[in-house]
Design a protein around this ligand. Structure first.
Ligand code: ACO
Length: 334
């Protein structure tokens, strides 16, 4: 029997029905379809509309679909991690709300906040519980309702973000499949360039914070862009070198979808072909914790047992990292 690794055994996504297109945004702020496509690669985003709906309303349908398609009873789940920067509430954790909505009663659940890197942070955290043998079936969710913290009067940020998410099931494997290695990094000094000014304990919500529109994403786009281009490419390259992977060994790169130009830079640095890169930014925009699992869900039918896959992300914090995994199953459609 080989070493116990954590392998993905199923994945299910959810994107809300309503679309916000570049043409819609042209009517809301001073922008053009051409500017947005050239600078970001985004054409449309999914938006969760409706009173009283939050990130758990994106995550719960994904989790319910995941349980159904993997034939898993909710009682079998022993841990749920939800990566999100847009929790339903400051507390309790959205993972708890999702567990309740999905009938999961035997798990301990918590949220992970690492901005756009939260999904890979969660995946790696969950993998350690599987590798130790203490937990057998863990659900990892990456989901965000970015429309809740996007200022639709600010053209430099409102064109970037969308709502969506996906959930995956992680189980033990002794056959060599699953998560092989990871590099995760943080630089807290990056906070200055990307954060939400109010709503935390430093600046609780008040009339003043609302009047100053401080409950939305604050981003210095160029500073974030420069950081992201170098760090995401560096970390993808580092994980290849650390694991003696050549470009031809990699079946798929799954990059965080924030900006097409950042994805292109990472692809070039790894020396892989564009056909090996999962790219759906034009349809979803940046769904923060949703981008990487939504890609895996959309490409699931094309993935083969044994495929070498590199996940790469960066985000507010600053946070960044890469995960190297071997895919563990053939889709029934393969
Ligand atoms: N439409 C038209 N013009 C615009 C728009 C818009 N939507 N937004 C900005 N502009 C203008 C600016 O005002 C500026 O005009 P000026 O030259 O007259 O001052 C001009 O376009 C150039 O602006 P830049 O900010 O230099 O444009 P840039 O090429 O850097 O693109 C962008 C901006 C797309 C935001 C880019 O910087 C970027 O992608 N940054 C990274 C964002 C990111 O990846 N964030 C991820 C983290 S999110 C998280 O962790 C939650």
């Amino acid at each position: 029997m080989g070493q116990t690794r954590a392998v993905i055994t199923g994945i299910q996504g959810f994107a809300p029905e309503d679309l916000l297109t570049n043409q819609d945004l042209e009517k809301m702020v001073d922008t053009t379809d051409e500017w947005i496509i050239t600078r970001t690669g985004i054409k449309e985003r999914h938006i969760l509309k409706g009173e009283g709906l939050g990130t758990s309303d994106i995550a719960s349908p994904a989790v319910k679909g995941l349980l159904e398609k993997t034939g898993t009873h909710p009682d079998e789940i022993d841990m749920v991690i939800c990566a999100t920067v847009t929790p339903d509430y400051v507390f309790p954790a959205t993972a708890n709300v999702v567990s309740d909505k999905c009938g999961i009663k035997n798990a301990f659940s918590f949220d992970m906040n690492a901005a756009c890197s939260g999904f890979i942070y969660s995946l790696v955290t969950a993998s350690k519980f599987i590798e130790s043998g203490s937990h057998k079936k863990i659900i990892v969710i990456g989901a965000d309702k970015m429309s809740a913290i996007t200022d639709y009067t600010k053209r430099d940020t409102c064109v970037l973000f969308g709502d969506g998410g996906a959930a995956l099931l992680l189980e033990p494997s002794e056959e060599g499949y699953g998560i092989q290695d990871a590099i995760l990094k943080t630089d807290g000094a990056g906070m200055a360039h990307l954060h939400q000014k109010a709503g935390g304990s430093v600046k609780p919500a008040s009339h003043e914070t609302i009047d100053a529109r401080e409950h939305y994403i604050y981003q210095e786009g160029q500073a974030v862009f420069k950081f992201a281009v170098s760090k995401m490419a560096d970390v993808a390259d580092d994980i290849m070198k650390k694991n003696n992977l050549k470009a031809e060994d990699i079946a798929w790169l799954v990059p965080h979808q924030a900006n097409m130009r950042i994805i292109d830079a990472t692809t070039r640095r790894m020396g892989i072909n564009k056909e090996q890169v999962m790219i759906n930014i034009s349809k979803y925009g940046n769904t923060t914790n949703g981008t990487i699992p939504i890609c895996l869900w959309e490409w699931e039918d094309q993935l083969k047992k044994g495929d070498n896959i590199v996940l790469a992300a960066f985000g507010g914090g600053f946070t960044w990292g890469a995960v190297y995994l071997k895919w563990g199953y053939n889709s029934t459609k393969n």
